[in-house]
Design a protein around this ligand. Structure first.
Ligand SMILES: [Zn+2]
Length: 205
């Protein structure tokens, strides 16, 4: 509900900005309202940029922190078929289940549903002269990809996600916590051990 309201507001604001300059009278739009359209808001979990530059690959940093896009068919999870959970590469929050992954032919990992509706935030993206719906991790604000309405049943949605935004937790490895890996389960803390589970689940092909 709130997301829909905000999306409508953003559309109206951008239209107003696009047409308002010629008359010389710019509408006094509060900066806070404009900011609501973008990801410059505070998220429950934050990480220092220096830490992320060390912990993430350059592509992971570019996609999640600079709203970049990896090349189609190049990401490590595009054709990934294992059973398990895809998590945010930055904060470890669970985002998608392998059971909802499908082959969209787009060249990016595609899902028709979320682990939980609140795990991903939606916002308007007007870059490249078009309007798309950006998907962002609700915990840390990492850019994930975009949402389209041409997905398969039952949802009809297609979450088009960069592999670089994701880590993977295989189903059989998800439940038993290895002894001594204390920080693994807590998704929140910005501690130095936070990256452990992310790199652990990844196997380069
Ligand atoms: Zn996250």
């Amino acid at each position: 509900m709130a997301v829909l309201l905000r999306r409508g507001l953003c559309l109206a604001l951008h239209r107003a900005l696009g047409h308002g300059s010629s008359s010389g009278r710019r509408p006094a739009l509060p900066a806070a309202l404009l900011g609501a359209c973008r990801t410059k808001k505070t998220w429950p979990v934050g990480f220092p940029q220096e830490e992320l530059r060390k912990r993430l690959t350059p592509m992971q940093f570019h996609v999640t922190q600079e709203r970049g896009t990896e090349s189609a068919f190049r990401g490590e999870f595009t054709d990934h078929k294992e059973d398990g959970t895809y998590t945010c590469v930055v904060c470890g929050s669970p985002l998608f289940q392998s059971a909802t992954k499908f082959d969209s032919g787009s060249g990016w990992p595609s899902f028709f549903d979320l682990v939980k509706e609140e795990s991903v935030s939606l916002s308007d993206d007007f870059s490249y002269g078009m309007h798309r719906v950006e998907t962002t991790c609700s915990q840390c604000g990492a850019h994930l990809g975009h949402l389209f309405d041409d997905g398969p049943r039952p949802t009809g949605k297609r979450y088009c996600i960069n592999s670089a935004s994701l880590a993977f937790q295989a189903q059989d490895a998800a439940s038993p916590a290895p002894p001594g890996a204390g920080a693994g389960a807590g998704a929140g803390a910005a501690g130095a051990g936070g990256g452990g589970s992310a790199s652990e689940g990844k196997t380069e092909l």
